[in-house]
Design a protein around this ligand. Structure first.
Ligand code: ZN
Ligand code: ZN
Length: 619
């Protein structure tokens, strides 16, 4: 017998090995095999008849039963194709780690076996779960939004015979395991538990039970009647860096459809893509949300206001009242964006073709578009009001902290920027923030607060989010404002200072009306051909000869299914990024166009990285 094995490497094709006599092996099982002079873990993708004495033999089984059944392997192939990753890298990222100790034990047990009496566990290798539910069990995808969505999900999981709950990160996995643990025993499939426990949970879940995991649990074999759930569908953490670069939402939707499984997704503010599917495109059911508790929302117009003071009178007054009532204040400050806006009217200087905020480069005194590559000289006046003050001005965390301390000298004030504070210093800052009356923080600081735990959430200048050179800028700002409002609840205040007080995202939050935001956002996306109407990909070429990027552009442009923009220089000319727009078949069109460039290449020829459906646009 010959086994074809895929490894965690950026090569598309598997490698063939001889299966030692007496072994019983199935596709979807992991083995140890010699590769490039080392013992490497690989995934068997096929076992076939044959006898090629030139092939090297496999070294050992890495697990007693296949981690993936036929359906799971097929889904892994789909993920690899959609994300332009190799099948080996995809399975390495989406399967529980192999325990080297167990691998040795399995290997030691092998030689004494003959074909009629194989060692226990090996010959019983059955296809792992994941096949279609027999008898056409109920299927359907449901989106849970609005107040009480997590409660509803908990109830549904508690009643389900079996369920797999996918959450954005390990911290959330621990929290959900605890919540679900009040109802029944919970298996953990994330890296927050020891590898052995995780591997055992993986094997047990196909017989039923409830499991919580992160993205690495997406392929876990499930009982036929198991429910598939995805928590906080809108979180960018569902698409972490590293292959396969695909959002968990896309895998959950694909798996639910293939296996005719019920799937539940929750989101405070669903991605525009999912909202669109729930509405116009169909396939996803959504119950209109019941209005939950909501704060009093004030939008403070900061157009034309001088920049000496980050707190307008309405915000300063609400801070004072909230402190007097003994409640806590969170002031949210966004990172400074490198784009220009008009001081008088708030208009952001945008690319005429793409409507993205143009990136301002002080040294070169130019503006450039991060999508189409257009470079423009600095304008003298605002296109909207002919105002003459266009600046990259924004408020940073430290300046806001300084102003707040001056204004409220008796209050306990702490600054908290989780993305910038790590290690022991970060822990100390977090502890200070947890005890402070006024926290001045970035978006990550919201995690310090549970639902309805804040007296006031104040946004100093959320316009900085709108100034990001990203077509999702509006969606980002909306999600953040909405999340803050939920953490305030009914008996508190949300104050938003803005130079764009008429923006539809602000209006939708003030009215607590999700649909109002998506209506306007979908119109914008449709007019400019952004997702979900078209798909985008970033092709980054690092190193190699200068002409490599040009060759790739030419190959992409030869495809009638793709719109290709000129390459943009990145990282001081060390890389070139090419933006590609396509349709539903974007992945397949890219794979065809780039066929000659993918796979192993000599170093001098550079590295080609493809990211389909990028969540965060590089700025
Ligand atoms: Zn203006
Ligand atoms: Zn542009």
């Amino acid at each position: 017998m010959i086994a074809d094995v895929a490894f965690d490497a950026p090569v598309d094709h598997p490698f063939s090995y001889r299966v030692p006599a007496g072994w019983s092996l199935a596709a979807g099982q992991r083995v140890l095999a010699p590769l490039g002079g080392a013992r490497r873990v690989g995934l068997v993708v096929a076992v076939r008849d044959g006898d090629d004495p030139g092939l090297k033999p496999l070294l050992a089984l890495a697990e007693t039963a296949p981690a993936l059944g036929a359906a799971g392997l097929d889904l892994a192939r789909w993920i690899a194709a959609e994300s332009l990753s190799s099948l080996g890298s995809t399975s390495a990222a989406l399967l529980p780690p192999v325990d080297p100790g167990a691998a040795r034990a399995v290997a030691a047990a092998l030689p004494s076996r003959d074909a009629r009496a194989p060692a226990r566990g090996v010959s019983t290798a059955r296809p792992a779960g994941g096949g279609p539910a027999p008898g056409g069990a109920a299927s359907g995808v449901e989106l849970l939004v609005g107040a009480g969505r997590e409660r509803r999900l908990l109830d549904r999981v508690a009643q389900a015979p079996s369920a797999l709950v996918i959450v954005p990160d390990v911290e959330a996995a621990a929290r959900w395991a605890q919540r679900l643990g009040k109802h029944r025993a919970v298996l953990r499939l994330d890296s927050g538990v020891p590898d052995g426990e995780r591997a055992e949970a993986w094997a047990r879940l196909r017989d039923g039970g409830v499991a919580v995991g992160t993205r690495s649990a997406l392929l876990a074999p499930l009982a036929p009647d198991a429910l598939l759930a995805l928590v906080d569908e809108h979180e960018a953490a569902h698409k972490p860096p590293g292959p396969p670069r695909i959002h968990s939402r896309d895998v959950v939707l694909e798996r639910a459809q293939r296996e005719r499984r019920r799937a539940l997704l929750t989101a405070a503010t669903p991605s525009v893509e999912l909202w669109w599917r729930a509405g116009e495109r169909g396939g996803v059911a959504m119950t209109p949300p019941a209005p939950g508790p909501w704060p009093a929302v004030t939008i403070a117009d900061t157009r034309g206001i001088l920049r000496r003071e980050p707190l307008t009178p309405p915000l300063a007054r609400t801070v004072r009242e909230t402190l007097a009532a003994g409640r806590r204040v969170l002031l949210l400050v966004s990172r400074l964006a490198s784009s220009l806006a008009c001081d008088e009217c708030g208009e952001i200087v945008r690319c005429p073709q793409c409507a993205l905020a143009l990136v301002y480069t002080r040294a070169a005194a130019t503006l450039s578009c991060r999508l189409c590559g257009t470079t423009l000289p600095l304008p003298d006046t605002c296109v909207h009001c002919q105002g003459r003050r266009l600046s990259p001005f924004g408020w940073g965390l430290e300046r806001v902290e300084h102003a707040v301390r001056r204004r409220f000298p008796k209050a306990r004030v702490a600054r908290w920027d989780p993305e910038a504070s790590r290690g022991a210093k970060g822990e100390a800052q977090r502890a200070a923030a947890a005890a402070a009356e006024i926290v001045i923080g970035t978006r990550g600081a919201l995690r310090l607060f549970g639902p309805a735990s804040l007296g006031l959430a104040g946004f100093v200048s959320p316009d900085q989010l709108l100034r990001l050179p990203d077509f999702r800028a509006g969606e980002r700002m909306f999600a953040l404002l909405w999340a803050a409002a939920e953490r305030v609840g009914a008996h508190g205040s949300l104050v938003i200072q803005s130079q764009n007080p008429g923006h539809y995202a602000l209006d939708a939050v003030a009215r607590q009306e999700l649909a109002a935001f998506y209506r306007a956002e979908l119109k914008f996306r449709g007019e400019l051909g952004y997702p979900p109407f078209r798909r985008l990909a970033l092709v980054t070429v690092t190193g190699g000869e200068r002409r490599l990027a040009d060759e790739i552009v030419a190959a992409l442009r030869a495809s009638t299914r793709l719109t290709v923009y000129p390459p943009i220089a990145e990282r001081r000319e060390r890389a070139r990024r090419i933006v590609v727009k396509g349709h539903a078949d974007l992945s397949a069109a890219l794979a065809t166009a780039l066929e000659d460039f993918r796979g192993p290449r000599p170093r001098s020829r550079g590295i080609i990285d493809v990211e389909v459906d990028p969540v965060e646009w590089p700025s």
